[in-house]
Design a protein around this ligand. Sequence first.
Ligand SMILES: Nc1ncnc2c1ncn2[C@@H]1O[C@H](COP(=O)(O)OP(=O)(O)OP(=O)(O)O)[C@@H](O)[C@H]1O
Ligand SMILES: Nc1nc2c(c(=O)[nH]1)N[C@H]1C(S)=C(S)[C@@H](COP(=O)(O)O)O[C@H]1N2
Length: 159
Amino acid sequence: MTRAAVVTVSDRSAAGSRTDESGPLAVAALREAGFDCADAVVVPDGADSVERALTAEVVAGVKLIVTTGGTGVSPRDQTPEGTARVVTRHIPGISEELRRRGAAEKPVGMLTRGLAGVVDPHGVLVVNLPGSPGGVASGMPVVVSVARHVLDQLGGSDH
Ligand SMILES: Nc1ncnc2c1ncn2[C@@H]1O[C@H](COP(=O)(O)OP(=O)(O)OP(=O)(O)O)[C@@H](O)[C@H]1O
Ligand SMILES: Nc1nc2c(c(=O)[nH]1)N[C@H]1C(S)=C(S)[C@@H](COP(=O)(O)O)O[C@H]1N2
């Protein structure tokens, strides 16, 4: 089975002051789609924090990484900046579709600055989702609909 991972980026969840609902939603969607996915890793906001978490998953051999949170416009929201340090080629179309669906639900849906891209030469796909459970619920079908094709093209899927 292809390995996937979920990284929840949230100061409050990392501090234990709010239960992470979004990470488990993403994990459930990945398992439902047939990926071997561990429980979500929860890290605080910040580019360094995100870079570290993504790098650890890549080194561990995970092929699909979904992040949730930290994509907005508050100064602590640095998930795209941390992700940009790890991905080597961007796939803007995935993020465009996520924003299109989010904005169709409500205007603030356009505020997510999330990125998607691949990590060469490791054959890994990384997708940033918004932090809200609603953002994860509407974003995961997009991720699942294209992930296999991307991983097949990278030669990284063992399906
Ligand atoms: N991991 C999560 N689980 C459940 N709800 C979340 C999670 N992350 C964000 N939310 C909710 O999504 C909405 C938008 O969140 P926002 O991006 O502002 O994150 P936040 O609340 O600032 O997170 P934090 O302060 O922990 O970094 C809020 O209603 C917030 O409560
Ligand atoms: N589908 C969807 N997209 C969404 C949202 C949502 O609830 N549903 N929330 C928006 C909001 S309010 C913000 S601020 C941005 C970034 O959220 P984040 O900082 O939690 O990642 O995602 C946006 N995208």
